[in-house]
Design a protein around this ligand. Structure first.
Ligand SMILES: [Zn+2]
Length: 117
């Protein structure tokens, strides 16, 4: 079974690598894209994911955080401040961890779609 080039590009992007070659870095900072790949010269900076990454991050984490909030609300043996601090810390950490991966993956998908057309 052949793996789709778009899937390969998305996985490379999710790892923070160039969707074209998988070697160069996709980001110069936390979310700031490089203009072009240092390894192959692909113009990955031309691809803009716009509001897609935050939207997809909220879409993925929202149901999980809602479920965790309900679970934490039922465990009244723990003090409220511990539950709130734990949920808040988890939410911030999960967003900070997922956002660049989702942005990279989305850029990879867009790169794969552009290469196909
Ligand atoms: Zn490259």
């Amino acid at each position: 079974m052949a793996v789709s080039p778009s899937l390969i590009a998305a996985l490379r992007g999710a790892r923070g690598r160039c969707p074209a070659c998988g070697k160069g870095r996709l980001f110069a900072g936390y979310l700031k894209q490089t203009g072009a790949c240092a390894a192959c010269g692909a113009a990955t900076g031309e691809i803009e994911a716009e509001d897609g990454p935050p939207w997809l991050t909220v879409l993925l984490l929202g149901p999980l955080l809602a479920a965790l909030t309900f679970i934490a609300a039922r465990h009244e043996t723990w003090p409220l401040w511990i539950r709130l601090a734990g949920l808040g810390t988890f939410a911030v950490a999960a967003v900070l961890m997922l956002l660049p991966r989702i942005k990279g993956g989305l850029i990879g998908v867009l790169w794969g779609m552009r290469e196909r057309s």
